[in-house]
Design a protein around this ligand. Structure first.
Ligand SMILES: *[C@@H]1O[C@H](CO)[C@@H](O)[C@H](O)[C@H]1NC(C)=O
Ligand SMILES: *[C@@H]1O[C@H](CO)[C@@H](O)[C@H](O)[C@H]1NC(C)=O
Ligand SMILES: *[C@@H]1O[C@H](CO)[C@@H](O)[C@H](O)[C@H]1NC(C)=O
Ligand SMILES: *[C@@H]1O[C@H](CO)[C@@H](O)[C@H](O)[C@H]1NC(C)=O
Ligand SMILES: *[C@@H]1O[C@H](CO)[C@@H](O)[C@H](O)[C@H]1NC(C)=O
Length: 227
């Protein structure tokens, strides 16, 4: 009977740790997914051309998949482009609402990435890759990609951080030097103090002898004075 209990606990452990996540993972894969990649942000210099990556994945397949890219402009979503993908492998006609945008994914391998030409600082922000598959009762799926537009002056910022880092390093070195110096000073001072103590001891010894000479009980008096 106790062995059965152990087996039962083992079984539930295996279920909880391995089989349950596996089955739930299979469930999530079956639904449509919009994927912007493992690194969902990009830092780029103004004036450069960047790609906003996005692909879709669906186990049950797609049909008339609606997709768009949206730009979050101060809270209001602006459509960048939109299209209907009839089937996987069919290049769709994409309507573009924003300037300097090109649809480069072409639905090759479920690729719906876009290109942003000659970016300006106004292009920086959050971009949503959105998809809806009628095969899944019109459920919405999206992924967000962040574009950070920086000035070329960033290089100067780097030298500044290096300067700060070296300054901090220098400060730490100075502090360590100071600590060493302090320790050395304390060592020297303690040596001097030791000598002083010796002096005090000898002087007190002289006092004792003086006391011993002056007092009659020479043996009992010097001991409490030394302590
Ligand atoms: C980037 O912005 C800076 C400052 O606004 C400007 O001087 C520079 O010309 C811009 N660079 C490009 C490539 O547009
Ligand atoms: C976004 O909001 C900021 C401050 O709230 C404002 O200065 C800026 O002009 C707005 N941008 C647009 C495009 O409305
Ligand atoms: C981007 O800038 C280059 C050089 O300034 C220009 O030749 C090109 O036409 C621009 N592309 C777009 C899509 O605006
Ligand atoms: C999507 O297409 C673009 C342009 O052809 C390409 O650079 C990019 O690597 C593709 N992304 C994936 C995940 O295949
Ligand atoms: C999906 O998004 C659309 C707007 O794009 C919205 O009207 C609809 O209610 C959403 N559906 C669900 C199930 O969230």
């Amino acid at each position: 009977a106790p062995c059965e209990h152990v087996m039962c606990a083992l079984c539930s452990l295996i279920w909880l740790c391995f089989l349950f996540p596996l089955s739930s993972g299979m469930w999530s894969v079956q639904a449509l997914e919009m994927i912007v990649g493992k690194i969902p942000f990009l830092q780029a210099v103004n004036g450069s051309t960047v790609m906003l990556p996005c692909t879709y994945a669906s186990c049950i397949g797609i049909q008339d998949l609606y997709f768009n890219w949206q730009f979050n402009d101060n809270g209001t979503m602006q459509k960048v482009c939109e299209s209907l993908i009839v089937n996987e492998g069919v290049e769709p006609h994409v309507e573009i609402f924003r300037e300097r945008v090109e649809f480069v994914g072409k639905n090759r391998n479920n690729n719906v990435s876009i290109l942003l030409w000659n970016i300006t600082f106004e292009d920086g922000g959050l971009y949503t890759c959105f998809g809806r598959n009628p095969k899944e009762k019109g459920r919405n799926h999206s992924a967000i990609f962040k574009l950070i537009v920086v000035d070329e002056l960033r290089v100067v910022d780097n030298t500044l951080t290096i300067m700060i880092a070296s300054a901090v390093g220098g400060a730490i070195a100075a502090l360590m030097g100071f600590m060493l110096l302090k320790n050395f000073t304390i060592f020297v001072l303690s040596k001097i103090e030791e000598k002083n103590k010796e002096c005090l001891v000898t002087s007190s010894g002289i006092d004792n002898t003086e006391n011993g000479l002056s007092g009659s009980k020479a043996d009992s008096k010097p001991t409490p004075k030394k302590k």
